[in-house]
Design a protein around this ligand. Structure first.
Ligand code: OAD
Length: 248
């Protein structure tokens, strides 16, 4: 890992426009399950029954029960060393923006400021009739929760299968990727469109791709540097070395 670490640290320290792209693997060590793989959520649950608008309209109670469980997981989780390392890179002025597919708030709680959330936010409930939004500090007491303004159904403000990504966020992420000279990709299988195209936009524009994952992903084939290992360990070591290089 030492040669790889040195190479990646030098690329990052020399970058002018570094961005990061994260997936559920970065939150795995905080106890939030990923979607794919042996212990992944989509191995135990059927996304068609829990993560589509149709499923929600047919059975809002079941969908909200599942989301309440996940909301509690997020509220009880803490950012890990990987989220903290990413925030340190931003603090050092070298990382310009973090684009995440995650709906948890662990990047924010670790201190990341410039964050684009492509798949929404599990801690926001949104009215399907009047678009009223509220931030949840606990899972809803009455399920399914109702809008205090118009009485409509509230839904989790996340992107479900078959739904478009939020326009403003997708545009901002694509523009950031076009301008980036390096992208740090952490803990994503890279198979969910269109978010997974972000590293390819960077690569096609001539940028470098550094990937951290416990196993190979759909992005590994375009990675200039691939670290096989848990995000917390790899990113702590990588960011410490980048900070040393920046001080020289
Ligand atoms: P996946 O579950 O598809 O992939 C998680 C990735 O994290 C895998 O490649 C794992 O190998 C890797 N991983 C697991 N633990 C890790 C660790 N400790 N350190 C580093 N890597 C680790 O999750 P995503 O790629 O985030 O969409 O999934 C993308 C989207 O699919 C999600 O945003 C969600 C889901 O359906 C929506 O909700 C719209």
């Amino acid at each position: 890992m030492n040669d790889t670490l040195e190479e990646a640290a030098r690329i990052i320290a020399g970058s002018k426009n570094l961005i990061a792209f994260t997936g559920s693997g970065i939150s795995a060590e905080s106890g939030i399950p990923t979607f794919r793989g042996k212990d992944g959520l989509w191995n135990k649950y059927n996304p068609a029954e829990l993560a589509t608008f149709e499923a929600f309209i047919n059975n809002p109670k079941v969908v909200w029960e599942w989301y309440s469980w996940r909301i509690n997981l997020v509220l009880n989780a803490k950012p890990n060393l990987a989220h903290e390392a990413i925030a340190r890179l931003e603090n050092a002025g070298i990382l310009k923006v973090v684009i995440t597919q995650n709906v948890d708030d662990l990047h924010e709680r670790a201190g990341t400021k410039n964050l684009i959330k492509l798949h929404g936010d599990i801690l926001i409930a949104r009215c399907i009739s009047c678009n009223y939004k509220e931030r949840l500090s606990e899972s809803p007491r009455n399920i399914p929760p109702r809008c205090p303004v118009c009485g409509g159904l509230l839904r989790p403000d996340v992107v479900w299968f078959g739904e478009p990504l939020p326009t403003k966020e997708l545009k901002a992420a694509t523009e950031a990727a076009r301008k980036a000279d390096v992208i740090l990709v952490v803990g994503t299988s890279g198979v969910v469109y269109p978010a997974c195209l972000i590293p390819f936009v960077v690569k096609n524009a001539g940028g470098k791709v550094i990937e951290v994952n416990i196993s190979e992903s759909a992005i590994t084939e375009i990675a200039d540097v691939f670290f096989k290992g848990p995000a917390s360990r790899v990113l702590s070591a990588l960011v410490s070395r980048v900070n040393e290089l920046l001080k020289k």
